[in-house]
Design a protein. Sequence first.
Length: 271
Amino acid sequence: MSSSRKASRTSSQAPFDPMMPEPDEGAEALKAEPLRAHTRMPADAAKGRLILLPGPIGNLEDITLRALRVLKESPHILAEDTRSARRLLDHFGISTRAEAHHLHNEHRQTPALVERMLGGQQIVLLSDAGTPGISDPGFFLVRACRQAGVPVECLPGPTAFVPALVSSGIPCDRFVFEGFLPPKKGRNTRLAAIAQERRSVVIYESPHRLLRCLKELAEHCGPDRVAGVFRELSKIHEEHFIGPLHELISDFEQRASIKGEIVLVLSGSEA
């Protein structure tokens, strides 16, 4: 999850807007057949396969030793943002070139990528920040691989909502992950459902939409519902602010600007 970086990319770098609906082209083809797959390691490790590799959400030291080994060994790396990937790879002395794979080309690229893996290639999908498929590109390629019989492996690693949730003090034994809420169509319906949800709710939000989201949550859930705003996780200016929604709104209204990646954790309804 990397909303601020995604919003600043140039068109040649294929900007990713988490609020933009994914293209429908090819989606029906993926739904046509029931999903069946069976991956068995270590036998399937010798085949062409897709490896999902989480990228650090801010602190490069959070990458795992296993992830570094896989990146060094793999000749084929896909990345949502090749510039961000290049910084990470250069930092660890990895010279492999990253190929762009993002929201705007994944439907076009996926058939050829699947053929390459069926032909024996091992391909790594590196997320810009966090785990591929979690508010980041990845699902479409994974689904196509599974339907074509290509083994898929996901390495454990960083995901922004987990540290926010478990450090919030808000119940984390049962929760709902909402990702980014729709900007317009269906937003009120989603907010109304969230207000009735008895489990904790995790939401991703961009800094310039944070106040709007907090006010809408207060309107639907009541101003005293407890929530947490987690900003710049794992970075130098990391901040956690937990309390009733009306207190969060009051604080952020007084700030000249709001910056950084944001995770919202909302306590469940007690009604």
